[in-house]
Design a protein around this ligand. Structure first.
Ligand SMILES: Cc1cc2nc3c(=O)[nH]c(=O)nc-3n(C[C@H](O)[C@H](O)[C@H](O)COP(=O)(O)OP(=O)(O)OC[C@H]3O[C@@H](n4cnc5c(N)ncnc54)[C@H](O)[C@@H]3O)c2cc1C
Length: 549
């Protein structure tokens, strides 16, 4: 793929103009297209494959991802499809084999500790089931998805990006001109390579394989409802994901043999044959004569690394192109969905002329540190769950999933911070209390006869939430709308506004009487007005957040 310094060859075919070109149409490309479309921005996602994912891969979706899907009206459908394959109370346990001894319960129930902190929860759903839903919603909202096509080269200048797209059916090439390009082209991102952006981290951990199979494992599940079974025995280390009936699923293998400190142990895919796969599968199920059918064996590299930067000019890296993690912890796809969520509203506001291009630089300053932290935490889980014998040198302390999911804080010019600068980037969500830069907390509200969450108020525009003393904040919001020409929603919580059912709003958002909070379209707190701050400060603060100078 040509880099930004080279000119992409001119094709004979037509030229197409689109505000945003997305390279890759898998989990993160589709999410980006869907979210951009929800903000009224047209995009073209170009995907090499003939359609959405054909392998389950990601299965463990975190609270923040489901909150985003809820905003897009997909939560109910996702839950329903999830129940067809997984138990909503499923967990993550470790066994010697399915039929053998249980070693540990890493997570007894996927949603332990989530209660009261979100209007939704974690869900197991396979990526190949989720992607068609994202695709349908993206297309319904106006995104264009082009399959069996690939971006072969691109260049950028001060006005935009010019890319060459090849139709893989007939070999024809055409030119696409876009204002911005999002590289959601996966771990081996050729866009990232063309931009010369380095990856940093722990490198390739193993040459793993995933064995997709059918076998009657039901008798060995022993009533356990787990979504993920880690397997550790002298033959192999890896994990199962099985359907509810225990008839079909996959076994991902990260190492073979007893001595995982040997390099050969993590070279699982070398010399892998169907016979060897059957042997390993039998050892993992723990029933030597069980009849089974292997559907497919897919080699893949488990890697833990993050790109040194997520932006180069008008090109942004998202998803596995920006960070790649071993599947332990289930962070990869989730972090990518959150990249897309952070980027989509920023691109939309800049493209609509509502924000200055400086806003886009905050994508890197906000998401790169989260990517780096997540890579560390996935590595902790790989090191301690899969290869503990390799020791803990260079392994960071374990941080709880809930903190990784909804406890991170952004620091950038798109946040008017009011806390100490030296505060850690990750904290328990209960301690964050609506700090600028953190995810706006969930509080139960009543609107008419309907119970909703504060999170249901976010997604499209900036939102001002004020407490009982709201008149001046309502006027301040109207003034800011007029001055900046940007839509801002206003909600009063309590005293005649939305009902604060459990009277938690002021405490959850750390608001003093008469205060207000400004929440970004991605549901992160942008600003919390100090008690003596006048509502007129809103215009100036938002103008700075939007890089409107
Ligand atoms: C066994 C396994 C289990 C996993 N479990 C979980 C889990 O439980 N939870 C979780 O969150 N994550 C999990 N993951 C990780 C998750 O699958 C990935 O993080 C996710 O797929 C990344 O999505 P992406 O869109 O960024 O990249 P990809 O899924 O890699 O998609 C990139 C797409 O770009 C296309 N492409 C590349 N170059 C071009 C080009 N030049 N032109 C056009 N198209 C191009 C490719 O064809 C591909 O479809 C798991 C992964 C594995 C292997």
């Amino acid at each position: 793929m040509a880099n930004t310094e080279k000119r992409a060859d001119s094709p004979a075919g037509s030229t197409e103009e689109v505000p945003v070109l997305i390279v890759g149409g898998s989990l993160v490309g589709l999410t980006t297209a869907m979210l951009l479309a929800s903000h009224g921005i047209r995009s073209l996602a170009v995907e090499r494959h003939a359609g959405t994912a054909i392998h389950p891969r990601a299965g463990h979706f975190q609270i923040r991802t489901i909150e985003i899907l809820r905003q897009m009206g997909l939560e109910a459908e996702v839950r329903q499809r999830s129940r067809e394959t997984y138990d909503p109370e499923g967990g993550i346990i470790a066994v010697e084999s399915l039929a053998g001894k249980e070693i540990a319960r890493f997570i007894p129930n996927l949603n332990i500790g989530v209660d009261g902190r979100s209007p939704t929860g974690r869900i197991f759903i396979d990526q190949d089931v989720l992607e068609p839903m994202l695709r349908r919603r993206a297309e319904a909202l106006g995104a264009t998805l082009r399959y069996r096509s690939e971006v072969t080269s691109f260049e950028q200048d001060a006005d935009g990006v010019r890319a060459i797209v090849r139709d893989l059916e007939n070999g024809e090439e055409s030119e696409v001109r876009a204002k911005y390009m999002v590289a959601a082209d996966g771990n081996r991102s050729r866009v990232r390579q063309a931009l010369g952006i380095e990856k940093q981290g722990y490198g390739v951990l193993s040459n793993s394989v995933t064995i997709y199979f059918e076998a009657d494992c039901a008798p060995y599940l022993q009533g356990r409802n787990s979504g993920v079974f880690y397997v550790t025995n002298p033959m192999l280390r890896g994990f199962f994901r099985l359907n509810l009936a225990g008839q079909r699923g996959f076994l991902a293998i990260n190492s073979v043999g007893e001595d995982v400190t040997r390099d050969e142990a993590v070279n699982v895919s070398t010399g892998m044959t169907e016979e060897r796969a059957l042997e390993l599968l039998r050892a993992a199920i723990g029933v030597p004569d069980l009849s089974m059918r292997i559907r497919q064996i897919i080699p893949w590299e488990a890697e833990a690394a993050v790109a040194s930067r997520f932006q180069s000019g008008r090109v942004f890296l998202a998803g596995d192109a920006a960070h790649v993690v071993p599947p332990n912890g289930g962070f990869g796809g989730n972090t990518g969905v959150q990249d897309a969520h952070n980027l989509a509203w920023k691109l939309a506001m800049v493209l609509k002329g509502e924000a200055g291009p400086g806003l886009l630089e905050t994508y890197d300053s906000e998401r790169q540190p989260v990517g780096a932290f997540t890579v560390d935490q996935a590595y902790v889980r790989y090191a301690t769950r899969v290869v503990p014998e390799r020791g803990t040198d260079g392994v960071k302390p374990y941080v709880d999933d809930l903190i990784i999911e909804i406890g991170y804080q952004y620091r950038s010019s798109a946040i008017a911070a009011d806390g100490p600068a030296e505060e850690p980037l990750f904290m328990h969500p209960d301690e964050l209390q609506g700090r600028p830069g953190s995810r706006a907390p969930h509080v139960v509200l009543r609107r008419g006869s309907e119970l909703i969450s504060t999170l249901d108020l976010f997604g499209r525009h900036f939102v001002v939430l004020s407490g009982t003393d709201a008149r001046e904040w309502r006027e301040g919001t109207e003034d800011a709308v007029k001055a900046l020409g940007v839509p801002i929603d206003f909600w009063q919580i309590g005293a005649g506004g939305l009902v604060d059912v459990y009277e938690r709003f002021p405490e959850a958002y750390g608001l003093a009487p008469g205060g207000a909070v400004l929440v970004r379209p991605d549901g992160f707190v942008a600003w919390r007005a100090a008690p003596d701050e006048p509502p007129s400060a809103l215009t100036k603060t938002l103008s700075s957040i939007l890089s409107r100078t």
